[in-house]
Every structure is written in C-alpha cells, then in structure tokens.
Design a protein around this ligand. Structure first.
Ligand code: URA
Length: 204
C-alpha cells in the first residue's frame, strides 16, 4: 500500500503521461471503459480543475466534461468569467465506472481503492502543470487531494492549502446541481457560480 501511495516521479511531457494512462492497470476499471480520459488543457495553466470521473459521454469521446455535467459547468463558467480553455481540467479517476443496464450504462461512483490507485495520475498531472490554484469540485476530488471527503458543504467556498502548499478552492460538483429540485438548484448554482468567479479572479 505504501509503495502505491508514494508520490510518483515527475513526468516531463504530456506524451509520456498519456501513454502511461492509456496502459494503466492499477485498478480494474480500464477493462470495461472505452478509453482513458486524461486531463485536458495547457500545461502552463495557472488553474487546475478536478472533477470526479468521466461519465458516459466522456468515455466515448475521450475528453473530460463534455456530457451534461460538463455542459452545465461550461454555462456557469461563462457567466463567472472563467475561461475553460485556459485551465487544466481533469478528474480524480480517469476511467468511467458503470453498471450495464440493458443498453444503458449507469454511472457508479468510484470507490476508495479506485480513488487511491488513480491518485498516482493526478499527482503526475499536478507535477506537470504545477498550478497556482486547484479548484476541487465535489467530494471525490476532495478525497483524492486531501484524503478527507467529509463536510463538503461546510468546506465549499473556502481555500485549503494542500500538503505541498498549493491553495485549493473547494466547491460542489456540477452533477450535484443537476440532481437538485429547481428552487434549491437556483440557490446552489448561484453559490457555484460565485466559487468559479472567485477561482477565475485568483488566477487572473
Ligand atoms: N463528471 C466528472 O466529474 N468529470 C467528467 O469529466 C464528467 C462528468
């Protein structure tokens, strides 16, 4: 366990990182998935945004945040003045996890072990990008980055410093907003927008 949790040696280019990701067998999720979904965006990005894991659309396209949660993220980011293309956008877990149900694939949350195994790759991405700020969206991102996924709603909107000193701004995951009933959603979405505006302002 200790060896698996160790900080990986820094990679110095995207090709090596993506080749490693494509061949990853650290956990069984690769078997069912169509492909791995690496982080996307400039390696000199000042902002790194971390979600949970690819969904159905992301798995098919090989890009993060292109499905319903990604579309909501894009809308709110536009209102908040956060330029997605300037950020490095990635996930705590890099393969889609699902349960087949007829022709549909039902999203399943990654487990503790999967988050721990895939942390290796998030560490590699962090070493490569060395962002000035990390925006953690949701409990799985928090778990991967800090080891503690508890109390998301009490922590959101705040800055926490990670072990290496990198500031992390905590917010909710856009999928959470999609699940809320309308009155609560409007309120929660306004808070999410404020967090994205804060993130954009801090790296401006
Ligand atoms: N949700 C995530 O956390 N990441 C994606 O890439 C898509 C949906």
């Amino acid at each position: 366990l200790r060896a698996e949790m160790a900080t990986p040696p820094p990679v110095d280019d995207r090709e090596t990182l993506e080749a490693g990701l494509a061949g990853c067998r650290r956990c069984p999720l690769w078997e069912q998935a169509t492909q791995v979904v690496p982080g996307e965006g400039p390696l000199d990005a000042r902002l790194m945004i971390v979600g949970e894991q690819p969904g159905d659309r992301e798995d098919l396209e090989g890009r993060p945040f292109v499905g319903p949660a990604g579309q909501l993220f894009d809308q709110v980011a536009a209102r908040a003045g956060l330029d997605r293309r300037a950020a490095f956008l990635t996930n705590a877990v890099k393969h889609f996890k699902f349960a087949p149900r007829g022709k549909r694939r039902i999203h399943q949350s990654p487990g503790r072990a999967e988050v721990q195994h895939c942390r290796w790759w998030l560490e590699q991405e962090r070493a490569l990008v060395r962002p000035d700020l990390i925006l953690a969206m949701g409990a799985t991102a928090l778990e991967s980055l800090t080891g503690d996924r508890r109390n998301l709603l009490a922590r959101r909107g705040r800055i926490e410093n990670l072990a290496d000193g990198t500031p992390m701004l905590v917010t909710v995951h856009p999928s959470y907003l999609l699940r809320l009933p309308p009155p609560e959603r409007a309120e929660a979405e306004a808070l999410f927008e404020a967090d994205l505006r804060d993130a954009a302002r801090r790296v401006a």
